[in-house]
Design a protein. Structure first.
Length: 116
């Protein structure tokens, strides 16, 4: 049973950093990819970043490339999303997810609010 628990969201001024994390547990075979999505109020989810765990290959949405970094500490069973130079438009609920090619499992989400 895959379990994902996000933490580390919060309120930050524009231009500031935040580094939410996602603790995961369960069979590794079910978590070949780890993802960070975000959901804006009243809109659908947007894929922000992904990591292919076996080779460390990463990819980002154009809107965050150069500002966000996804990484994994396998020993701690944790995936991070380092977010720098945050903008008010980054305000959303951020979700960690895992699966094969596509998200099969989801965390509960963590709110990130960027003040102007």
């Amino acid at each position: 049973q895959v379990q994902l628990v996000e933490s580390g969201g919060g309120l930050v001024p524009a231009g500031g950093p935040l580094n939410p994390s996602c603790s995961f547990s369960g069979p590794t075979s079910s978590m070949a990819y780890m993802y960070w999505y975000r959901k804006f109020l009243g809109k659908g989810r947007e894929l922000v970043a992904e990591i292919r765990r076996s080779v460390g290959q990463v990819d980002y949405a154009a809107s965050v490339k150069g500002r966000f970094t996804i990484s994994e500490d396998n020993a701690k069973h944790t995936v991070y999303l380092q977010m720098n130079n945050l903008k008010p438009g980054d305000t959303a609920v951020y979700y960690c997810s895992a699966g094969g090619i596509g998200a099969d499992y989801w965390g509960q989400g963590t709110q990130v609010t960027v003040s102007s």
